[in-house]
Design a protein around this ligand. Sequence first.
Ligand SMILES: Cc1cc2ncn([C@H]3O[C@H](COP(=O)(O)O)[C@@H](O)[C@H]3O)c2cc1C
Ligand SMILES: O=C(O)c1cccnc1
Length: 343
Amino acid sequence: MPILPVNKQHQAYFQQVIDQKTKPLGALGALETLALQVALIQQTEAPQLTNPHIVVFAADHGLTAEGVSAYPADVTYQMVQNFRAGGAAINVFCRQNSLQLVVCDVGVRGVFDENTPDFVKFKVAHGTQNMRQQPAMTADETDAAMDAGRLVVDGLHHRGCNVLGFGEMGIGNTSSAALLMHRLLRLPLRECVGRGTGLTDDQLAHKLTVLEAVAERYRHLAQPMDLLAAMGGFELAAIAGGMLRAADYGMVILVDGFITTAALLVAHAVDPAVLDYCVFTHQSDEAGHQLMLNHLNASPLLKLNMRLGEGTGCALAYPLVQAAVAMLNNMASFASAGVSEKR
Ligand SMILES: Cc1cc2ncn([C@H]3O[C@H](COP(=O)(O)O)[C@@H](O)[C@H]3O)c2cc1C
Ligand SMILES: O=C(O)c1cccnc1
C-alpha cells in the first residue's frame, strides 16, 4: 500500500491560525513552516508530541577491509556497548531533552549476550559482505533488514510514540551512503564522497578509488532495492524500512545527517510521499549532505558543523519541534489577546 500523502485540505486554515498569532506575519520563520507541517501530519491545529523516541540501528560493513574509514571496524560493536551503558553523545542529548533511546543490532559483528531494556536484537548477519567483491547483502537479507526497521517502528507506535528520530552506527557507512547518493541522485561520485570519521587527503583519495571500483561493478543495476542490496548496509535498509512504516503511521520523522538522509533517498525512491512526514534536523559537515538536502528541497533546522550521526541532530533539534507545537497550542491570537492587527 502506498503511503498517503498528507491531506492539504485544511492547509489554508492551519496557516490562518499561525498568521493570527500575536507576532508580525511570518516572524517565527522556520518554526512556522514546521508548525504547519506538524499540523498537516496530524490534521489538527492543536498537534501533540507523544512519547518521543530516537532509534539507532547498528551494523557492520565488509567494505571496511578496504581501508575506507579512519577508525577500525570494531568500533561499531564497542559503540553499541557504549550506547547501552549510556555514555555516547546520543545518550547525553536524549537524556537532556527527555527522549527515549532504542538501540537495534541489525547486523553488528559479534554477539551481545545479555538483554537490556530498549536494546533490540534483529541481527540479519554478522556484517555485510565486502561489496567490492560481492553484493553487500542478498535480496533476502535486504528485506529482513527493512523488516527489522518496520518491526521496531511497529513497537514504538504501539507504545504511543508519534515522533521518531532515526540514527545509525556502522563504521564504513559513509561509503554506502555516498554510493547510494551517487546512483540515486545521478551525481558524480567525487561530489558524494567525504571524509567520514576524518580521513586525511591521501586516505580520502584512496576511499574514492575504492568506491569508484564498487560503483563500476554495480553500474548495471538501476532499481533502488538492487542498489541498496549491492551497496548498502543493514542499518541503512532498516532505516529506509522504518521510515516508510513511520510515514504509514503518520508519525513525525526526524532525519539526522548524511547517512540517515541516504537511507531516506532509498525510501523516497520507493515512495516519494514519505517526504511529507520528514523534518530535516541539521546539515551535516560531511561533504555531500548539502547536495542531498538540495535535491530533496529540504531546509535543515540546524547547522552546527557536526559530522557524527547516531541521530544526534534529531535529539538536538527536537526542542525546536516542541517549540513549534507549543506555539500552535499556547500562543494567543490577536483576537484573544486584544492586540491590534497589521495596518
Ligand atoms: C567513536 C565513533 C563514534 C561514532 N558515532 C557515530 N559514528 C559515525 O561514524 C561512522 C561513519 O564514518 P566512516 O564511514 O568514516 O566510518 C558511523 O558509524 C557513524 O555513525 C562514529 C564513529 C566513531 C569512530
Ligand atoms: O552526517 C552524518 O550522518 C555522519 C557524517 C560523518 C560520519 N558519521 C556520520
